[in-house]
Design a binder for this molecule. Structure first.
Ligand SMILES: [Zn+2]
Length: 102
């Protein structure tokens, strides 16, 4: 997928998921952040709840299908407005994202 395609999808999900007040910008993840201490990151969502702005970074080194899944994953995070490093929580997010992006 291209960045404009990912941005279009994010804009569509914003409308569908009651996030239309948010300014969501999709970006490619900088190369130095794609792998940190041996862990590969496929996506990242940085948001400012007070300003309702979010940057979603997508690792470009994945298939289009995987990018789509990653975008859904990060958008689910935004919808829930919660993020932590709990692996069960992450798996739950990922399962939901996987089902939604079918
Ligand atoms: Zn996550």
């Amino acid at each position: 997928m291209t960045l404009p395609q990912l941005q279009t999808l994010a804009d569509e999900l914003k409308q569908l998921w009651k996030l239309s007040n948010w300014a969501v910008t999709v970006k490619w993840m900088p190369e130095e952040q794609q792998e940190v201490k041996g862990t590969v990151y496929w996506g990242r969502c940085n948001w400012e709840g007070n300003n309702e702005t979010a940057d979603i970074e997508i690792n470009p080194n994945q298939s289009s299908k995987a990018m789509r899944h990653t975008l859904y994953h990060e958008m689910v995070h935004l919808r829930l407005e919660g993020h932590n490093c709990d692996s069960f929580y992450e798996r739950g997010i990922d399962l939901i994202a996987g089902e939604l992006c079918q």
